[in-house]
Design a protein. Structure first.
Length: 173
């Protein structure tokens, strides 16, 4: 079976009793039925015109939403951390300690975040955060291999013994 493509832009066509969402080639992708008369609407279990129109609009936005970068659980915390790290000056006094402290502050946020699973622990959240941060740092290093800030931050995450003792995992203190 070959994969089907549904090229953007997706459009909405209104008919007498439904909205049709179509792809860029005019292929009908979704039919969203509605009924304006409240008695018939409840008997037939249909949406109102406004509800169906809003749903059709959201479906038509899917190609645009799928093209946007995905925000991960830790995306905002990591974005803020990376922006903060960019203010550091390689070679300046306290360079490593400053980077370590900023990472540690972000790690405290991750540890203190509300769990998304019943069995999730603060250490599990920390591990997830650190893993995602290493991936993001590696992506930045691929684009800018000479960036000393990204090298230092990744080295601190990959080798806990380089970190300030208070910021190390408990088993390495």
């Amino acid at each position: 079976m070959t994969a089907r493509r549904f090229p953007p832009p997706w459009s909405i066509e209104e008919r007498r009793a439904c909205f049709i969402v179509k792809d860029g080639n005019g292929l009908a992708l979704a039919f969203i039925y509605f009924e304006d008369e409240p008695g018939r609407r409840s008997a037939e279990n249909l949406m109102s015109h406004d509800e169906a129109g809003a749903l059709a609009l959201n479906i038509a936005k899917l190609p645009e939403l799928l093209r946007q970068p995905r925000m991960t659980r830790w995306g905002e915390v990591i974005d803020n951390l990376l922006a903060d790290l960019e203010t550091e000056t390689p070679g300046a006094e306290g360079f490593r300690v400053n980077i370590d402290h900023k990472i540690w502050e972000a790690e405290k946020i991750a540890r203190g975040a509300p769990p998304i699973r019943l069995d999730e622990t603060p250490e599990g959240r920390l591990h997830g955060f650190q893993t995602e941060l290493v991936v993001r740092l590696s992506e930045r290093l691929n684009r800018d291999p000479s960036n000393k800030i990204w090298h230092e931050a990744r080295a601190l995450l990959e080798n806990q013994r380089l970190r300030v003792p208070e910021h190390r995992r408990p088993d390495l203190k």
